[in-house]
Structures are given as C-alpha cells and as structure tokens.
Design a protein around this ligand. Structure first.
Ligand SMILES: Nc1nc2c(ncn2[C@@H]2O[C@H](COP(=O)(O)OP(=O)(O)OP(=O)(O)O)[C@@H](O)[C@H]2O)c(=O)[nH]1
Ligand SMILES: [Zn+2]
Length: 209
C-alpha cells in the first residue's frame, strides 16, 4: 500500500490494522449501540462494514499526480477554459465520518498541454475517497492540477451537503456549503473568475441525457 499523502498516521504509528482488527472494531461499535451481535442480521455486518470502508476510503491508495501524467499537446493552439461541471462525488467528513455528498466544478486554462478530461474527475474521486473537510478537498484538487499540469490557472468550486449537518447536530436540511479555490489567472483576473462563475451557473442543456 502506498503511504497516504495526507497527514494520516503522522503520529508515528504506521502499521495499518489488519482486516480482523477492523472487523473487531466494528463489533465493538455494534455492541456499543446495545444491539445483539449474535442475531442473524448482524452476523456479517462487521465484514460488510469493512468492505464498505474499503470503498469509501480507497483514495489513500490513489495517486492524483499520476492520473495527470499523460498529456497531449497537439490541440491546434487551444488555449481557453476547459471545464468539467457537476462532477458528482461522495466523500466523508473527517470530524464525524458521515457522508459529504456534492458536485465539483473543475476548470483550467492550458498552457500548451491538455489532459484527458476523465482524469480531472479521477482526481476529484481520489481526494473524495478520503476523510475530508470540504476546504481541504477543494484546495487539494486545485493544487494538484496546478502542480501537475502547470496550466495558466485552475478554478475549483465544490457545492456539497454535509450529512453531519442534516441528519444530526444542527439539523439544517438542504443547506449546502460552497467552497472555491483559484490559482494563476483565475486568482489574478476577476474577469476570468467571472467567466468561470458564468459557466458554473449556465443552463444545463445536456444534464438529463
Ligand atoms: N469547516 C468545515 N467544517 C466541517 C466540515 N465538515 C464538518 N464540519 C464541522 O466540523 C465541526 C466540528 O465541531 P465540533 O464542535 O468539534 O463537533 P460537534 O460537537 O459534533 O459539532 P456539531 O456538528 O455542531 O454538533 C462542526 O461545526 C461541523 O459542522 C467541513 O468540511 N469543513
Ligand atoms: Zn461532519
């Protein structure tokens, strides 16, 4: 397993617990709820939960820079915004470990090199499949694209629902959180930021196709 790029296990304990240890931890939490661990419906739950965690958190094993390593230059001098709008993602908040569900809008202005558009969505997924705050995830996506592609600028907006605010705690159903990060020309030039915002807010003609 590749060592995660976030601050995971910075405490010095670098041993990843075994699957058996992870399942035992789930059994502890199940017992803590007060339910009966021996009833049929719960017997396989620790295994299912650990399988689910492997899906929720595979992003620690992903390498976003590697995803952006294949680039193309033969684009007839194309040098304007490339934007992926409404990239859906599901992440987990690092404070409560409950879902953050949202969309990311990711744009960059190439400096000669372009990247396969699916790779931008892969970068979003790699960071989403980790424990996150929305601010961190927004910055990580923008920084990674800026460093890997060295484009003229990167713009990222995330619009997301935090279930720690809807199903528990303050119980604010329908409140979304919006975060942005701009680099290069997007941070220097208000007109570029405005153009990004217009594209984010533009009519979604193809959305249902
Ligand atoms: N800035 C930021 N805060 C987040 C994010 N996800 C969850 N939070 C907040 O993290 C905070 C944790 O606050 P604490 O007071 O330590 O935890 P808590 O007692 O569970 O807080 P409540 O959610 O208010 O009940 C809460 O205000 C959450 O709304 C995020 O992505 N970014
Ligand atoms: Zn939370």
């Amino acid at each position: 397993m590749r060592e995660p790029q976030t601050g995971l296990r910075a405490s010095g304990d670098t041993r990843r617990p075994s699957r058996e240890e992870a399942e035992a931890a789930v059994r502890t939490l199940l017992a803590w709820t007060g339910d009966d661990l021996t009833r049929e419906g719960l017997l396989d739950t620790p295994k299912r939960v650990v399988d689910s965690y492997a899906e929720y958190f595979w992003g620690y094993d992903g390498d976003p820079v590697d995803e952006l390593s294949r680039t193309f230059e033969d684009v007839q001098g194309y040098d304007d915004i490339v934007m992926l709008r409404d990239i859906d993602f599901a992440s987990h908040c690092e404070h409560h470990m409950v879902p953050i569900i949202g969309v990311a809008h990711v744009a960059y202005i190439p400096d000669r090199r372009i990247v396969g558009i699916s790779k931008l969505a892969r970068v979003v997924d790699i960071y989403a499949k980790r424990l996150q705050t929305q601010e961190t995830m927004t910055a990580q996506i923008a920084n990674c694209i800026q460093e890997a592609l060295k484009p003229k600028g990167v713009a990222v907006m995330i619009d997301a629902l935090h279930q720690c605010m809807t199903m528990r705690g303050v119980h604010k159903k329908g409140t979304t959180t919006i975060t942005t990060r701009f680099t290069g020309v997007f941070s220097e030039d208000k007109a570029e930021r405005d153009r990004f915002m217009q594209l984010v807010n533009g009519t979604r003609v193809l959305a249902s196709r």
